[in-house]
Design a protein around this ligand. Structure first.
Ligand SMILES: Cc1ncc(C[n+]2csc(CCOP(=O)(O)OP(=O)(O)O)c2C)c(N)n1
Ligand code: SF4
Length: 283
């Protein structure tokens, strides 16, 4: 039952914000995977999107800006029986938290990391983020952004992430499918969600994305081929955002951090503590 993942708190995002679709997709993915609130943790940082743990009835941790990945890694290592999903904005993940993102792939902890990539700093009312497109006027770039965009998907691939995907906040079914695959994957799974910010990003609107995105799966992309994955990951930059692939770029199985560090500790049901009744009282 999807209601199992709904809290009494109502989202405070602007009407039309892409985060509403992302929230629906996460709840549906959890429900369709048969996860339970008591063995699932949602970790966020600071930002509009990072409010999401308030609205999902699981364990949640709204941390500090840019520290989603180390928090999620620590929680997973402390109790590998938990499903741990980190989620936050592009500023949080690629700027303040950029160093953690660079190293997450090579560690390959079995966590999922979802970025609500709206190409702007939303909560602080519209400053340029690392993924703001060149030329876009923001509060911090009144003459247009002049730096080359940070490239999340190629960076995740080079960093060694063992599951790398993109999806679009305007397509809930696609998000649910990708999120379910990512959470089921054993290892560090990264999803870049193209998310319209209707208040501060007037370029990358729902219509703008719809004109450009296409589904890798429908094109017969082989997600086990690293070179092809990189070629597809670079396509938006090589075509000046005329062609934007979504779906799974790459996946592989590799030893996880907890395979090495948690060796000897029984990773089984005995580590699970069913506190769902306590949780219910709190929410
Ligand atoms: C270390 C630190 N630096 C800066 C801030 C101020 N700050 C709070 S939210 C935010 C930007 C959030 O943007 P993003 O992560 O892209 O999320 P969005 O609001 O767009 O969802 C910033 C710079 C902070 N809280 N902590
Ligand atoms: S400012 Fe942008 S990201 Fe934040 S709630 Fe509003 S539309 Fe969403």
């Amino acid at each position: 039952m999807i209601d199992e993942f709904v809290t009494v708190e109502k989202p405070q995002w602007c009407p039309g914000c892409g985060n509403y679709g992302i929230l629906t997709a996460i709840r549906r993915a959890f429900d369709e995977l048969g996860l339970k609130p008591h063995n699932t943790v949602v970790v966020s940082g600071i930002g509009c999107g990072s409010k999401i743990p308030h609205y999902i009835r699981t364990y949640g941790y709204e941390g500090i800006h840019g520290r989603i990945i180390p928090l999620a890694e620590g929680i997973k290592l402390a109790n590998p029986a938990l499903t741990v999903v980190g989620i936050g904005g592009d500023g949080d993940g690629f700027s303040e938290g950029g160093n953690h993102f660079l190293h997450a792939g090579r560690k390959n902890t079995n966590i999922t990391y979802i970025v609500q990539d709206n190409q702007i700093y939303g909560l602080t009312t519209g400053q340029a983020s690392p993924t703001t497109h060149k030329g876009v006027k923001t509060k911090t770039t009144p003459d247009g952004a002049f730096l080359r965009e940070f490239r999340p998907i190629p960076t995740a691939l080079i960093g060694g992430a063992t599951f790398v995907a993109a999806t679009f906040a305007g397509d809930v079914n696609h998000m649910v499918k990708v999120m379910k695959d990512a959470i089921s994957h054993k290892g560090f799974a990264f999803i870049d969600v193209y998310q319209p910010c209707v208040s501060w990003n007037k370029l990358n609107t729902y219509a703008w994305w719809k004109q450009r995105i296409y589904d890798l799966e429908k094109e017969g992309h082989d997600p086990t081929n690293f070179e092809k994955a990189m070629e597809k990951a670079l396509e938006p930059y090589r075509t000046n955002w005329e062609k934007v692939p979504i779906g799974i770029f790459y996946k592989e199985e590799r030893q996880t951090l907890e395979d090495v560090l948690v060796k000897g500790i029984p990773v089984n049901e005995s580590l699970e503590v069913d506190v769902s009744s306590d949780l219910r009282e709190l929410m």
